[in-house]
Design a protein around this ligand. Structure first.
Ligand SMILES: Cc1cc2nc3c(=O)[nH]c(=O)nc-3n(C[C@H](O)[C@H](O)[C@H](O)COP(=O)(O)O)c2cc1C
Length: 165
C-alpha cells in the first residue's frame, strides 16, 4: 500500500451514482447542477443528502428556497448532463442551453428532468457546514421512476459518465 491524496481516493472509489440537482433561482427559473456526492441517509422518513461545493450557485439557491429536486437522468442525456457540471447557472440557463427538457414537480417549485430513471422531490430539513462543502439534508416528498431507462454513473472521480445495467 502507498499513501495517496483524497483526489486519487475519489477516483479509486468511483463509480458514484450521478444526477442533476434542480434548484429555483430568484427569477423563478430552474438551475441544474451535476452531482455525484449524494446518498440515501434514512428510510423513515425517506431522506437523502447532497454535498455541494461552497463555490457553486446551487447552494445559494437552495438555502433560500429550502427545497431541491434530484433527477437520476437517463443515459441519453450523458453529454448534456456532464455540461451542467462544467459551468455555473448564475448567469445562464443550462436547461435551455443544453436542450434538457424540464417537467413540473408535484410538491416543489424547481422543475425536474423529464428524461430520467428516477426523480426525487425534497424539502430541506437542515444543512451542515463541511469545510469547503455544505451538506443539505432533504426529506423526500415524492419519488417517480421509469425503470426502462438506464442511470448514469460518474467514473474516474468526476471524469466521465457511463451507463450501467
Ligand atoms: C460528473 C460530475 C459530478 C459532480 N459532482 C459534484 C458534487 O457532488 N458536488 C459538487 O459540489 N459539485 C459537483 N460537480 C461540479 C458541479 O456540478 C459544478 O461546479 C457546477 O458548475 C455547479 O453549478 P452551479 O454553480 O450552477 O451550482 C460535479 C461535476 C461533474 C461533471
Amino acid at each position: 500500500m502507498e499513501e495517496i491524496s483524497i483526489g486519487i481516493a475519489q477516483k479509486l472509489t468511483s463509480p458514484n451514482p450521478f444526477g442533476l440537482v434542480s434548484s429555483t433561482k430568484p427569477d423563478g427559473s430552474t438551475n441544474l447542477m451535476a452531482i455525484s456526492w449524494w446518498t440515501y441517509a434514512s428510510n423513515h422518513p425517506a431522506t437523502i443528502l447532497i454535498c455541494l461545493s461552497n463555490k457553486g450557485y446551487t447552494g445559494e439557491c437552495i438555502r433560500t428556497s429550502k427545497e431541491f429536486g434530484l433527477s437520476i437522468v437517463s443515459e441519453s442525456l450523458a453529454a448534456a448532463a456532464f455540461q451542467c457540471g462544467t459551468c455555473s447557472g448564475r448567469d445562464r440557463d443550462k436547461a435551455l442551453e443544453f436542450g434538457i427538457e424540464l417537467v413540473p414537480g408535484k410538491s416543489i417549485n424547481a422543475k425536474l428532468v423529464a428524461d430520467s430513471r428516477i426523480t426525487f422531490e425534497c424539502q430541506v430539513e437542515a444543512h451542515y457546514p463541511a469545510s469547503d462543502h455544505t451538506i443539505f439534508v432533504g426529506t423526500v416528498q415524492h419519488i417517480f421512476a421509469d425503470q426502462n431507462k438506464k442511470a448514469l454513473y460518474a467514473v474516474n472521480g468526476y471524469g466521465a459518465l457511463k451507463a450501467v445495467g
